[in-house]
Design a protein around this ligand. Structure first.
Ligand code: F6R
Length: 623
């Protein structure tokens, strides 16, 4: 889960590389480094443990020459501690003429290293990556052609890797290989780019190519060649990146997370755009890969995802089952993959991922495809592996999410889940198995159209959530309760607090309280309760009010998130954060936002880095 960037062209390579690394830093931030080939033809490398700023300080102290070709890396350590020596790039060969960066894990590195050690190769790091650097340098010394040497070695590597290489003796070319780790090419005019994702180069070009599994890229300033590991030339399709370059910068906000919370009205609106007509009807052109016949035949949906994305699935489950009456099972990708699950050709897999590179989710979908299931993905990143490997993709148009903690991607995923639920209900009707009256579907569509404006209203009313976050900077534990669609939001509220503020936090189904968790309640324990709508047909409101009374009686400090007009809740909760009224099933898009703001404020009050919490990387590209 490292970030990689490569460049060849007339611009200042260092600027391109550092700009790309800044936008990829979310992928890993325990060390960073760059290598360039200076005009005299010699390789120059700088690398440093810690965040990118440490590398920049190192380059200021020891400047690099102007160069027109180079590679850069930001690391999330797997093999070897995050030290200067283990930072990438790694140099290969006795004269260190080759430089290599790597994202992933080389599983057979021990045996390859033993082979090199037996020949007397000296290693400068504890990484698996350095092995590949020496192997390629050794092969190049034998065959004299870098692409040939590179292809030979990558064929010997097992595991997951994106590898980029430059060499002093072929100073016009960057070579790249991809197996089970992401790689995208950016096409410029007289210049070309490589990146872990399009954020690495979107500032310079919007023309991109996604590199396929087991493919090699030979990148020069005026040409791009893609071959398979076996040497066959391939002609992948080009696509246009629809992210705005400025969306990947902080733009005056104190953190990416603060900005991304504020981006949510746009993220939700953009995800609905072109898919929900002004009359409330749903149109999902991207579902071409799945016919009405496919939809008619589906007897079960399995949604797979990890972390926050899995909570989007939990919410979508309520909507799909309610609107389309198709049974939905939500599975953590890693649990699903390795327990011999039942998947048939009539199972629709819906994989949800912001990055589209989460290895656990990729493995789950690959496994399901092998069983004959169709895969639909809900993904935020164009050109991502998950999108490439799915039968159909609903892109969430949240724009680049840089902060490690997911915010706008989640609300966009829930929005896409709602669209999917309405679309499936329509598909069922078209297949002669209507589950809900057409007029009701249309009414729901019209309600969904109003949600982006309501998200803006929530953002305007976050003062109380922020104040409570600040006031609770010393809290040792915060509990979250929710019911129905509020339950996954309680889980998400707890996850945000764990990852950002490093305090104990747990989310419970409110109805589960008296089956155990109520024992945790003692005097002063903060509990945040997501209160269902008073207007809810399922009459969940009084049940949650009872839950609040039960915990209050045992000393809990109750903070409620409730809808405007809920005058009852104020009698029981110490504080109430109000959000606008909407359909209960859409309410998670609103109720989650105060929890995001609460966690951000609490973490900031503790002096922590909200964008880059400890031990985490944004995209988990290893299992
Ligand atoms: C939490 C968070 C993670 C991700 C999870 C899945 O704030 O961001 O839990 O949601 O790692 O990532 P994607 O959506 O990229 O598959």
């Amino acid at each position: 889960m490292c970030g990689i960037v490569g460049y060849v062209g007339p611009k200042s390579t260092l600027e391109v590389l550092l700009g790309g690394l800044r936008r990829l830093e979310y992928r890993g931030y325990d060390s960073a480094g760059v290598s360039v080939i200076a005009p005299g033809g010699h390789l120059e490398t700088r690398k440093k443990a810690g965040k990118l700023d440490n590398l920049i300080a190192e380059i200021q102290a020891n400047p690099l020459e102007q160069a027109h070709i180079g590679i850069g890396h930001t690391r999330w350590a797997t093999h070897g501690a995050p030290t200067d020596g283990n930072a990438h790039p790694h140099l290969g060969g006795p004269e260190s003429k080759l430089s290599l960066i790597h994202n992933g894990i080389i599983e057979n590195f021990a045996e390859l290293k033993a082979e090199l050690l037996a020949e007397g190769t000296r290693f400068a790091s504890q990484t698996d990556s350095e092995v590949a650097a020496h192997l390629i340098a050794r092969e190049f010394a034998k065959v004299g052609d870098l692409p040939t040497a590179f292809a030979k070695v990558v064929n010997r590597l097992h595991g997951a890797f994106t590898i980029l290489v430059i060499h002093e003796e072929q100073p016009d070319v960057v070579l790249a290989a991809r197996r089970n780790a992401p790689l995208v090419i950016g096409l410029g005019d007289g210049e070309n780019f490589l990146g872990s994702d399009v954020a690495a180069f979107v500032e310079h070009t919007k023309r991109a190519i996604s590199v396929g599994q087991d493919e090699i890229v030979i990148l020069r300033a005026d040409s791009v060649e893609v071959r398979t590991f076996n040497g066959e030339v391939v002609h992948p399709d080009e696509f246009t990146v629809d992210w705005d370059a400025s969306a990947a910068s902080k733009g005056g906000w104190s953190s990416f997370m603060a900005k991304e919370i504020a981006d949510q009205p746009q993220a939700v609106a953009d995800t609905l755009m072109g898919r929900l007509e002004s009359d409330g009807s749903v149109k999902l052109d991207e579902m071409d890969g799945l016919s009405i016949a496919d939809i008619g035949a589906i007897d079960r949906i399995v949604m797979v995802a990890c972390g926050t994305a899995s909570y989007a699935c939990d919410v979508a489950k309520y909507a799909i089952e309610k609107f389309a009456r198709i049974p939905v099972q939500v599975e953590l990708s890693h649990e699903f993959r390795y327990r011999d699950p039942i998947v048939t050709p009539n199972t629709l897999i819906v994989a949800v991922s912001q990055s589209g590179e989460t290895m656990d989710t990729l493995m789950a979908t690959r496994f399901a495809k092998e069983q004959g299931a169709k895969v639909l993905s809900i993904c935020n990143t164009q050109g991502a592996t998950l999108a490439r490997e799915s039968d159909a993709v609903i892109y969430t148009h949240a724009g680049p999410e840089v902060a490690v903690a997911s915010t706008k991607a989640l609300t966009a995923q829930i929005t896409a889940g709602m669209l999917l639920a309405l679309w499936l209900a329509n598909g069922r009707a078209a297949a002669g198995r209507a589950t809900i009256p057409a007029a009701e579907l249309q009414r729901l569509g019209l309600e969904l159209l109003k949600v982006p404006a309501k998200v803006s209203e929530v953002l305007d009313g976050l003062d109380l959530a922020r104040k409570l976050g600040k006031d609770m900077a010393n809290a040792k534990s915060v509990l979250f309760l929710g019911r129905n669609v509020g339950f996954p939001i309680a889980m998400e509220g707890a996850l945000k607090l764990k990852e950002l503020a490093y305090i104990h936090a747990e989310g419970f189904a409110a109805g589960e309280l008296k089956h155990g968790p109520i024992a945790l309640i003692e005097e002063g324990q903060p509990v945040i309760v997501i209160v269902p709508s008073l207007r809810d047909e399922e009459s969940l409101h009084p049940k949650v009010i009872s839950n609040i009374q039960e915990i209050k009686a045992r000393g809990a400090r109750v903070i409620a998130v409730a809808e405007e007009g809920d005058h009852q809740v104020a009698d029981y909760a110490e504080h109430v954060i109000f959000v606008p009224q909407t359909e209960n099933i859409f309410s998670p898009i609103l109720t989650v936002i105060p929890l995001q703001a609460f966690a951000l404020e609490l973490s900031t009050a503790k002096g922590l880095d909200v964008d880059q919490p400890r031990n985490l990387a944004k995209s988990v590209t290893v299992e």
